[in-house]
Design a protein around this ligand. Structure first.
Ligand code: ATR
Length: 272
């Protein structure tokens, strides 16, 4: 009897530009494994049904992208620590008993990219994170685990930054503020977790008097982003977009699904 090929998929809306199938097929090839990895466009009102259909087909795992990460968190049977803190799930493991285990590998993907690929340590650094939505919430715990000196969360809607900072304040020195409050402050590392780049906009950041070590945009774009253009003008030593985060988060879940940790370097070479 021939064995069925394990089925995986990424669900989102829109989905056509997702790189997840390419990334996971590259990992599978490198690890000499054979998997099916599909893109599934899911209607906004039919996310639970789409998951159920996938389980019925015998699917082994799912990647979840916008706008379903929070809904996936509420739908799964169990979550790991990072998903709990993020209140969002970006990948699901479907167990043999058809239990849904929700994980969040976005933050660890970001940290691995910064520390292992870009060789910038987060430990003991002054970090500015812009934005206070789901993307930033997902990144906070893994960043705090590296024990930075200080994290400042800046957001247009100041209360959101303050509340988010308060929620994580037991884990380290985290403060929330508005962009005005950043005047005169200097940061080693600036991370853009806002949705501004998607709209080709720049958050209202004051100029830096001393160049930051690293400016990182969680969004990826072949054409650069307004934030990375700003970072260039500040003479920032290193710039990166979120392609490495995407590849690294994929490697984390590939390991959980398949039991083998792929080498991300060949993919990074192609995409970065
Ligand atoms: P995500 O889940 O991708 O984080 P979100 O929860 O909608 O999306 O959060 C979007 C974040 O980007 C918010 O912090 C938002 O700021 P507000 O809370 O003040 O709305 C931020 N954002 C979006 N567009 C922005 C822009 N042009 N400049 C600065 N911040 C922006």
């Amino acid at each position: 009897m021939t064995q069925a090929i394990d089925l995986y998929a990424v669900m989102g809306n829109p989905i056509e530009h997702s790189l997840s199938p390419l990334i996971h097929q590259a990992f599978a090839k490198q690890c000499q494994q054979v998997i099916n990895f599909e893109k599934r466009l899911v209607d906004n009102d039919h996310f639970p049904q789409a998951i159920q259909a996938f389980i019925n087909e015998g699917g082994k795992g799912l990647s979840i992208t916008l706008p379903f990460k929070q809904r996936a968190y509420n739908l799964v049977d169990e979550v790991n620590e990072f998903a709990q803190k993020a209140r969002a799930v970006n990948n699901i493991i479907i167990s043999q008993e058809k239990k849904l285990i929700g994980v969040n590998t976005d933050g660890i993907g970001l940290v691995n990219d910064i520390q292992n690929n870009l060789n910038v340590s987060l430990n003991n650094k002054n970090i500015l994170i812009m934005g206070a939505g789901g993307a930033v919430r997902g990144a906070l715990q893994p960043i705090l685990n590296t024990q930075p000196k200080e994290i400042i969360i800046a957001n247009r809607t100041v209360e959101k930054a303050e509340l988010l900072a308060l929620e994580f304040s037991k884990e380290g020195d985290v403060t929330g503020c508005g962009y005005q409050d950043l005047i005169g402050k200097r940061f080693d590392i600036i991370i853009n977790g806002t949705a501004a780049s998607i709209a080709n906009e720049l958050p209202p950041l004051p100029n830096q008097t001393i160049p930051p070590t690293l400016c990182y945009d969680m969004m990826y774009s072949k054409h650069g982003t307004p934030f990375l253009e700003w970072a260039k003008r500040q003479n920032t030593k290193q710039l990166a977009d979120g392609i490495g985060m995407l590849i690294e988060q994929g490697a984390e879940i590939f390991f959980l699904w398949r039991g083998v940790k792929p080498d991300t370097a060949p993919l990074l070479k192609v995409y970065r």
